[in-house]
Design a binder for this molecule. Structure first.
Ligand SMILES: [Zn+2]
Ligand SMILES: [Zn+2]
Length: 292
């Protein structure tokens, strides 16, 4: 297996046997000796193989984390995939490898990642075009200009309703006498950053007289949420809720605020879930925002 990189002396493309990369090698162009870079040091260096060495996998995970790279997906990676396939000119390099969950890896296949993502988004948009439009924003507090703003600027499309990114699970509530389950309405995986608080502002209405609970919750991004445990011990420290008791066609506005514990480099998913006890509760407009 050949390790291809640019010579640190003459900067021209050169290569060394992967097994010999830890020793000194002589550049065949400038004939000076050097130590080849590691995958950590040169993310564009590549091996001439569809498979990658473990050191390269470690460098990819150090750079991109262990969670699926697809915006809106919080599942653990099942494998690395080539962003651009080798057939299309992609390389087996740290730069061109990304962690993905099994489902997204299978869906993407050999396709170019960017084209595939656009196609997936379009399918999602087609499915949802008859649903009401919501606006979701992630904002930083303007009064704190020294905050690393980049940590809050989410790429477009990051704010997918979670339902678009997961297969609905069979409702355990179908079991006789089981308690009703809350429905996960939306979730936002935050980027790395010192988010200290999430705020959910919403306008609501109910179609029938009745009762409903709205939950705002957060969990470390690497955890798979289990909202059937809402109100139980798993999220008791990371959720807050509001009760709505109303009559048919009643409308209102409300706000929920949740403080996140300080965790250096913590990555959070924030989500809103609704436990509708028969009032056909709806959000007519909402904004979910993270602030310091
Ligand atoms: Zn050279
Ligand atoms: Zn995924």
């Amino acid at each position: 297996m050949l390790w291809n990189y640019n010579c640190p002396d003459c900067h021209r493309p050169t290569a060394a046997d992967w097994k010999l990369r830890e020793g000194e090698v002589v550049c065949h162009l400038c004939e000076r000796t050097h130590y080849p870079p590691t995958p950590h040091e040169d993310r564009y260096a590549y091996v001439d193989s569809e498979q990658w060495p473990k050191e390269m996998e470690d460098a990819v995970v150090a750079l991109r984390g262990t969670i699926c790279s697809v915006p809106g997906c919080y599942r653990e990676r099942a494998k690395l995939v080539h962003r651009q396939s080798l057939k299309a000119g992609g390389k087996t390099s740290v730069d061109n490898l990304m962690p993905m969950c099994e489902r997204h890896a299978v869906s993407k296949g050999e396709r170019d990642y960017d084209e595939w993502l656009v196609a997936v988004r379009q399918e999602d948009a087609d499915l949802k075009k008859d649903e009401p439009k919501f606006e979701i924003t992630i904002t930083s507090r303007p009064a704190a200009p020294d905050l690393p703003v980049a940590d809050y600027s989410a790429p477009p499309g990051l704010m997918l309703p979670l339902a678009a990114a997961r297969t609905p699970r069979p409702l355990k509530a179908a079991v006789a006498n089981a308690p009703p389950l809350a429905e996960l309405k939306l979730a936002i995986p935050f980027l790395r950053g010192p988010a200290g608080k999430v705020v959910f502002d919403y306008d609501w209405e109910m179609k029938k007289s009745g009762r409903c609970h709205v939950f705002l919750l957060a969990w470390p991004r690497s955890d798979e949420p289990d909202i059937s445990l809402l109100g139980g011990p798993k999220y008791s420290w990371l959720s807050t809720a509001k009760d709505h008791l109303g009559v048919r066609d009643e409308k209102g506005s409300a706000q929920l605020e949740l403080s996140l514990p300080g965790m250096p480099g913590g990555r959070w998913t924030a989500a809103v879930a609704v436990l509708d006890l028969g009032c056909e509760f709806q959000f007519t407009e909402y904004a979910l925002a993270a602030t310091s």
